[in-house]
Design a binder for this molecule. Structure first.
Ligand code: NI
Ligand code: CA
Length: 376
């Protein structure tokens, strides 16, 4: 079996109601899918985290090294490509592009052997994953506390037992939002906050100290990802567990954060860290550093499927009768092509999501969805 070609599919949807994280305003949803086609007709799909146009050009550049090779040589391909780009690519688009390629190769391997990816990777510790709803971005022109509380209560009514909101819009405003959300969702729902690195260490510590009383499961990306020492200081200075990792790509970046004891919870993204091959190595790193692993997920149903296979192979840590299972990040923000790119949407039932069980990633791409959301 040989790889005949690699294509990318840019997806775009303009948002009539833009939303904001602490530093960014989303005017559109834009994601990139990778399609790898084999000479025998087998096709694999992957997805890249981050700027779709940059990822598309990096994938196109990498394709020259991959076409003609055996798609089952996933690790040799990964190493050869990474090694070629490593001098300029220890983080960022080299890893995100390679992630999409790697995921597509695993999809091909699964289809070739007629087995789900999680089976090829050693088997599932679980195939039903408890999800948490991600939302709570700031909408222009709306009172954030009120809007966010209402939105989260809606997810709880849908059956979610855990929710995550965005913060990073100013200390007083954030505390008001956190209080309003906790009141709206009640005492039993698991509740996370994510600053998208919108604070410095002083404000992050103040948020942590004041939000501690609302029983927060984790405080995600309090400060910029470069500031590993600050992460550690924030961990020490307040009581909420600190999480991060979606921008630490590759095993070396993750290892640096773990060695610095920067986080209580490490959050690699399969579509950014270097694909399923690299994500699997992060499991071992997290285990030996004894840090909880809860993956980050953001993108289309392809990213969601890849994320689910990763979730499936994360061992319970520690293995025990009441072992915790990492929660799946389930983005609830507006994105009409998230599910339109596959034939059978991956949905939650009462906050639980099944890992697709068919060969490869277990999904079938709907090309009408790709067409509909291709940039015009
Ligand atoms: Ni729309
Ligand atoms: Ca995040």
């Amino acid at each position: 079996m040989r790889i005949a070609g690699i294509k990318t599919h840019l997806l775009n949807h303009h948002l009539s109601a833009p939303f904001q994280s602490s530093f960014s305003t989303f005017h559109a949803r834009t994601h990139l899918l990778v399609e790898i086609i084999c000479e025998d007709g087998t096709i694999g799909w992957g997805e890249c985290l981050g700027p779709a146009d940059i990822n598309a050009s990096v994938v196109a550049s990498m394709a020259k090294m991959i076409v003609g090779r055996n798609p089952l040589d996933i690790e040799p391909i990964w190493l050869d490509v990474y090694n070629q780009y490593r001098d300029q690519g220890q983080r960022g688009p080299i890893h995100t592009a390679l992630s999409g390629i790697d995921i597509a190769l695993w999809d091909i391997a699964g289809k070739h052997f007629g087995a789900p990816v999680y089976q090829l990777m050693g088997g599932a510790h679980r195939t039903r994953i408890a999800a948490y709803a991600t939302g709570g971005f700031r909408a222009e022109g709306k009172d954030h506390a009120e809007h966010c509380a209402k939105e989260m209560a809606g997810y709880v009514a849908e059956g979610f037992t855990a929710v995550k909101i965005k913060i990073g819009y100013g200390v007083e405003s954030d505390i008001a939002t956190i209080e309003a959300v906790r009141q709206a969702i009640g005492p039993d729902v698991t509740f996370m906050i994510d600053a998208n690195h919108g604070y410095d260490a002083i404000d992050a510590i103040e948020i942590g100290r004041r939000a501690g009383q609302y029983n927060i499961e984790w405080f995600e990306e309090p400060v910029i990802p470069e500031a590993l020492t600050s992460y550690r200081e924030i961990r020490k200075a307040q009581s909420i567990p600190v999480a991060g990792g979606e921008t630490w790509h590759g095993r070396w970046a993750i290892a640096q954060a773990l060695e610095a004891r920067a986080v209580d919870i490490i959050q690699p993204d399969v579509c950014g860290v270097g694909g399923l091959s690299e994500a699997r190595k992060i499991i071992t790193l997290a285990e030996i550093h004894h840090v909880r692993l809860v993956p980050h997920v953001w993108g289309t149903a392809v990213a969601l499927a890849a994320g689910l296979h990763f979730h499936a192979i994360i061992p319970p840590a520690p293995p025990s009768h009441e072992a915790r299972s990492p929660r799946l990040e389930f983005d609830r923000t507006h994105n009409p092509f998230r599910q339109a790119v596959i034939c059978k949407p991956i949905e939650h039932v009462d906050g639980m999501v099944e890992v697709p069980g068919g060969p490869g990633l277990g999904i079938e791409i709907d090309r009408r969805g790709l067409e509909e959301f291709a940039p015009k």
